[in-house]
Write a new protein. Structure first.
Length: 315
């Protein structure tokens, strides 16, 4: 178990380097509103788009948006950790010097939500955003109001803090990871508990019955993507040995899962490394929710990680 958690902890460091380091935020305690009905993204007037970030460069990381088939890649802003509202109407990103910003899908009309924060994610109905803040999990309305703290301070050492918070589809629960351990709680911060060790980057299945996550439990010094029931049972691999998406060299991790709005496809980030075990790039791949029919969406010369999908998937 310790070796397994060490492998995943090492992978967390690599992933954080790809998508950015955590910053904090100021927030006040309080109750979150009751979950609103989930809007059917299939009725959205906005076309299907995928956002992702690169690995940074001389001027820092950037956020890009492309069509759902990987075409028409366009840079929209400086920043990273993008997340689309499921209906595709807005996108939230992190900018280390100006906190979390919400903007239109083309990058226009940016509005600052909080001074500092990380790993933002919209609720399924688009009304709230959950994010990591000052070693806590916080939530804010999509218009920047009703900022609340849901947990006490957690973690302490470098890279040992809450990461990757995500809402369940009905908005009633939040999952996140801390030190390679997956935690689960109610959306008001109550009933906080450990669900699974050796797991990072969780995302609920669209029907709420399962959670997809990344883990090094398969060994081989690689991180792969797994699916389990929402109670932590019945874990099965979606990538890696014995699946349609194995990880032979140079691929050394497949992680950061994200569903399409209609739940029919799953995005993952695949990282590559050289013979010296140095990360050389990353790509966005898409597959069916059961791991079948995997295919690469981004070009090898375009560093791409931390993808999010929004808009009308049938468009």
């Amino acid at each position: 178990m310790l070796d397994r958690r060490k492998r995943t902890s090492q992978a967390v460091t690599t992933i954080v380097m790809l998508v950015g380091l955590l910053t904090g935020c100021e927030a006040k305690s309080g109750e979150v509103p009751a979950p609103a009905p989930v809007t059917n993204p299939g009725s959205s007037m906005y076309p299907s788009k995928i956002a992702f970030t690169d690995n940074g460069g001389p001027s820092g990381p950037s956020v890009y948006v492309m069509n759902s088939d990987g075409t028409a890649v366009k840079r929209i802003a400086a920043g990273y950790e993008p997340d689309f509202a499921p209906d595709g109407s807005k996108i939230v990103i992190r900018q280390s010097w100006s906190g979390l910003l919400v903007m239109n899908p083309d990058g226009s009309n940016p509005v600052q939500l909080v001074d500092r924060g990380a790993y933002p994610e919209f609720a399924a109905d688009g009304t709230r955003i959950v994010f990591a803040c000052h070693r806590r999990i916080c939530v804010v309305d999509a218009d920047g109001t009703n900022l609340k703290t849901l947990t006490q301070s957690m973690g302490g050492e470098r890279l040992n803090y809450p990461q990757f918070p995500t809402f369940s589809p009905d908005g009633s629960r939040i999952a996140f990871t801390l030190n390679s351990t997956l935690w689960l709680m109610n959306a008001d911060g109550t009933d906080l508990r450990i669900l699974l060790e050796d797991a990072i980057a969780p995302v609920f299945t669209p029907d709420g019955s399962g959670i997809v996550f990344a883990s090094g439990r398969g060994g081989h010094d690689r991180i792969e993507t797994y699916l389990m029931d929402a109670d932590g049972r019945n874990i099965r691999p979606l990538t890696g040995e014995g699946t349609a998406l194995p990880s032979p060299d140079p691929y050394h991790s497949t992680t950061l899962p994200a569903f399409s709005p209609d739940g029919t496809h799953l995005l993952v980030t695949r990282s590559t490394q050289n013979s010296a075990k140095v990360v050389t790039g990353s790509e966005i791949w898409v597959m069916n929710p059961d791991g079948s029919d995997p295919r690469r969406l981004t070009e090898p010369n375009q560093p791409a990680t931390a993808a999010s999908w929004g808009g009308n998937s049938s468009s």
